[in-house]
Design a protein around this ligand. Sequence first.
Ligand code: C2O
Ligand code: CU
Ligand code: CU
Length: 497
Amino acid sequence: SQTGIYPESSTKTYSYRASIIKGSEGNLQNIEGSYLGPVIRVKKGDKVRVRYENQIPAESIVHWHGLHVSHENDGHPEHVISEGETYYYEFEVMNRAGTYWFHPHPHKHTGEQVYKGLAGLFIVSDKDEEKLNLPQGEYDIPVVIQDRTFNDNRQLQYLGDGEMDRMQGFLGEQILINGKIDNTLNLGANGKYRLRLLNGSNSRAYKLAWDHGEAITVLGVDGGLLKAPKRMPYLMLGPAQRIDVWLDLSQQSENSRIKLVHLPIPLEMMGGGMMNGGMMGNSSSNHLPYDTQFDILEIKVGASAENNAQLPGELSSFNTLAATDAINKNNPRTFTFAMGGMMKWTINGRIYNGTEVAEEETVKLDTTEIWRINNGNQFSSDSDDDSGMMGRGMHGNGGMMGGQGGMGNMMQMPHPVHIHQLQFNILNRKTEEVDQKLWELTKDGFINEGWQDSVYLLPGMQMDLIMRFEDFKGLFLYHCHNLEHEDMGMMRNFKIV
Ligand code: C2O
Ligand code: CU
Ligand code: CU
């Protein structure tokens, strides 16, 4: 047996049986030697049945992140099943071609279950995409990025005892790619590749760049291809976000190496002294610091073998939603993600409470709306910070929750916001309230184009998202995708009536 590399939980996992009941062949492919679930490949229009059997000693339910499905197929926590029970999903794939994924969604335990390996990719193709002749097969490569910590027995270790670790979200000590500790990708040939990046980390965001200094060519985002390739000096990839990237290795010689690295960003908010001697106990965390550079992925180039894929000048044509289409264009629905009192992460002051839906969380089928989401509105007015928000986190010491600095610092955490069941367009992103040093170092890594379902909301950031509620009535979730925040209740329902 291979002790030491795989998590204890890998012997007891979900079993997934996915089949296409009507449509393409589909295909279920496992990444060898990985703790992750399978890569499920389907076509738009396929009717899919998934038999999900829970073999873990805990309640769980699977959510299809990014897919436009009904309430019963969305993996709402109210549908959790116990060990030994089975849940059947049946839905038609209505989404555009793109990189979607799946993971558990039981309330309070999503973080732990995803951490221990319960996640996989759901890749959709469609006719429009096929025409583009993008890299396929061995040239179409998933890259699931996760940070993990191993204990002395070389088993996956989730959070320590410190309540602080939970408040900021799990941060690991090393990077795993596709559920493996070896983050080298041996690419068999030097042709042109499509890398499907997924940030499957519990709470960590990445600032990604090629170490040889070339721009990153982006093909697509959460909900599929952009209109045209977009070249970016670096990418900000928050939890749950996907970005498809074009990689041309045809000019690289055999055995050369290219690295994807994380570049330093000032998000090391609660590290160092903050943790020690605080009321909430010490942190055992020795996590990879945000403010240093580290390797994400090393690509080793194989022998010359030309594939003839060419980067298209145009990728996809689609109409985005316009503000004038929204029924609330002058009065956007506003959701504030913030700390609400001691040790509580809230949305508009509320935490998750089963199937509860507030009045302001009820929307109408067949309408288009603007949702204004913002991160911590109290931070500009209440903050008496004079040392710079990041500086305060770095140099604070002791009494985390006792001191004003500590509380203020906590409010200024990023929140990766995700909405279920639909893909939205981004109308705008307001950043005046964002720490200017942080913004300077991240602003060229955000993408506002295309269809998305998850955004990385920096402290002080405000975004207007436009979305349409179609096809399915019922309860769906929106939440912070920092999975520890989500588990602590930073999650709510919206109801389509
Ligand atoms: Cu990937 Cu409700 O989440
Ligand atoms: Cu989701
Ligand atoms: Cu959060």
